[in-house]
Write a protein that binds this ligand. Sequence first.
Ligand code: ADP
Ligand code: MG
Length: 274
Amino acid sequence: MFEERKARILAITITMGIQKGGCGKSTTTGILSYLLQEDGYRVLAVDMDSQGNLTELLSGQPANDFMGKSVLEAMQHGSVRSYTVPISENLDLLPANNFLATLPRWIYTGKTYQGESIPAGGNPVGILDRALEEVRNDYDFIVIDTPPSLSEQTTNALCASEYVVVMFECSNWSYSAIPNFMDSVSSANELGSRDTQVLGILRTMNDVRRSDAKAFNELIAEDYPEEVFDTIITRKAPIGRLSLYGFNENAELKHALEQYRNFYKELIERVKGQ
Ligand SMILES: Nc1ncnc2c1ncn2[C@@H]1O[C@H](COP(=O)(O)OP(=O)(O)O)[C@@H](O)[C@H]1O
Ligand SMILES: [Mg+2]
């Protein structure tokens, strides 16, 4: 599928998700976008979380700078191209800010937060998918960050994606979140038109000194032996500081990125192997 899609220059869309905060979704989406563009792929990073963390990480600007010029307006006008922000030669961003929280209200009332009447129309979980249609030929990969809930933002991201990377932070609450999230991916597969499937489960935020984290790592591997990536992401201070220093001229990042490069290799192999 990969070679066929590449030949037709049709983007492969990957959502990073789990309905829980603090699992490394935004960080991993940012790093994945960075590694893909470094590898020469053309990438669109889409922020579907009203917190705007991915937006701030990649642009180095406050999410509020993109008020009225975000993924929300792109969905409302059914057109993405005029809302993408160039980040580097191969990377564009479709930003988000707090107003993305008004997405469900707009979908169900047809009224935007600015008071305009724009009926959402069509399948309410396919709005992002339809808006992305016009740029799918412009990129090799579209990567989407999601909020910590099973909201319209998340279902739209899932329905716009061929693949989902499930983020698993090695803890009990993250463990109990997994089955519901897997169900949401299955629903997206049925309700959307992209044959959405889980590409893998990434174990993140691992604290190497904690035996309970190790136990959860093993438990999830027993439950989902096919899905887990071999790479386990550990907590590293330079990754935590990424939101402060960004990707450019960040000397401490090189070493800390090594584990993400291993994950990246596995991800590309899986995408190519499908
Ligand atoms: N590998 C890591 N090592 C250290 N800190 C991390 C790592 N990954 C993420 N963080 C930090 O943990 C917090 C939660 O990560 P984030 O990517 O925002 O998760 P989510 O998007 O799932 O809520 C952030 O402060 C982030 O900087
Ligand atoms: Mg986040």
